[in-house]
Design a protein around this ligand. Structure first.
Ligand code: GLN
Length: 394
């Protein structure tokens, strides 16, 4: 081993955490949360709040998140600010060490919550330098590792990062989806129980939400807009969806490559379009609606992840500040004649929303449910559920 390699691969005193990238970069830090290692795509999120929502968002499956906000963990964790029962992001990289929580809603230290959920953290990382490297080189594959004794086989970790195939072509939606249908009652998972019709009223429009990795706050917003909601698994067939007699179908967010879901997502969406079911898609759901009408998706250089992403609404020129979390996008130039761009990212001009001109279907690349983030786009839930209330609904 060359002298410089030896220095690079030997933990400095006190290092109990490490991030290695597929190109051989080694970044030392202090581990917290669970011990062990995890391999995935390293991306950065610029949100200043909502680390628990971010960690539990199933769209982050297969990813390790560097938080650019330097103080993460100060409000602890609680059982309410979760978007799914378990964290889906593999690990978190932060600048400052996690301090004791100071918040009236705290029920568990972030360190203990990560340990309990088998997720790894490292602190003491120059997250500005890491973010800059990702902006220049694109989101790399990496391994995050934590060992309290500071014992690491760095060369083996680098090999592990190198041999990970990357998110492009990776189908993860069905892995994080619910495996059986259930009725959603706000705040409660009611597997196998009847829907509490008193909550939304017996005449409330019925939305069937296809779960490709959905966030709870989407369901809360659909209910708040007046819908009753049934969730079905990602692999539900067209007949499974129609058996619930939906007034409209929601296509959820989710992890992985939209083009890799093969036979279970896009073909079902195509059939729902054929019969004229009103559709609303968010993020992965938006990308798959795009694929269903013949548009193309592509992997972005670094992606968009944060809570202050401006998008321009094309019909009236107004700007919405949005929450985003995506690494793939629909190619605007590939949109067919019956699809129009409704929203455009003001950061890079990429497509942020689309609408079909001949079918009652629309979708956005961003997250109107926020969690975390601004609420400028909540109106989209009203728009969708309101459309289902029309007497002429399909
Ligand atoms: N939030 C999402 O639904 C993410 C969609 C997709 N996995 C992407 O990274 O672009």
């Amino acid at each position: 081993m060359a002298e410089t390699d030896h220095a690079r691969l030997t933990p400095p005193k006190g290092a109990t955490g490490v991030l290695v990238l597929g190109d051989g970069t080694v970044i030392w830090g202090r581990g917290f949360g669970a011990e062990g290692d995890a391999v995935g795509e390293v991306c950065f999120n610029t949100a200043m709040t909502g680390y628990q929502e971010v960690m539990t968002d199933p769209s982050y499956a297969g990813q390790i998140i560097a938080f650019t906000f330097p103080h993460i963990g100060n409000v602890g964790t609680n059982p309410e600010d979760i978007e799914a029962i378990n964290p889906h992001a593999l690990g978190m990289i932060v600048r400052e060490d996690v301090t004791d929580p100071a918040n009236f809603r705290n029920t568990q230290h972030l360190d203990a919550w990560l340990k309990a959920n088998g997720r790894i953290g490292i602190s003491g990382v120059d997250t500005r330098a890491l973010t800059r490297a990702i902006r220049i080189g694109g989101a790399p594959n990496g391994v995050i590792a934590h060992n309290a004794k500071g014992e690491f086989d760095v060369a083996a970790l680098i090999d592990k990062a190198k041999s990970w195939p990357g998110l492009e072509g990776m189908d993860l939606a069905k892995d994080v989806s619910a495996t059986q249908s259930y009725q959603w009652r706000d705040g409660l998972w009611t597997l196998g129980q009847g829907y509490d019709v008193d909550a939304a009223g017996p005449d409330a429009p019925h939305v069937v939400a296809i779960d490709y990795g959905l966030k709870r706050n989407i369901l809360r917003n659909l209910v708040a807009a007046g819908a009753r909601v049934t969730v079905v698994p990602a692999t539900a067939t067209f007949d499974d969806v129609m058996a619930h007699n939906p007034d409209g179908v929601f296509l959820s967010n989710g992890p992985g490559d939209p083009a890799a879901t093969g036979e279970y997502a896009v073909p079902v969406i195509k059939k729902l379009l054929e019969v004229g079911k009103p559709l609303f898609g968010i993020c992965l759901g938006h990308q798959m609606l795009g694929l269903a009408v013949g548009a193309k998706t592509f992997k972005m250089h670094q992606g968009h992840r944060g809570a202050n992403h401006p998008v321009k609404r094309t019909d009236d020129g107004r700007v919405e500040i949005t929450s985003m979390n995506h690494g793939f996008a629909v190619d605007t130039d590939s949109l067919p004649a019956n699809a129009e761009a409704t929203h455009i990212s003001l950061f890079d001009g990429s497509l942020a929303g689309l609408r079909l001109t001949d079918k009652p279907a629309f979708s956005v690349q961003y997250h109107p449910e926020a969690s975390p983030g601004p609420q400028d786009s909540h109106y989209l839930f009203e728009q969708f559920v309101g459309q289902l209330r029309q007497p002429t609904r399909a």
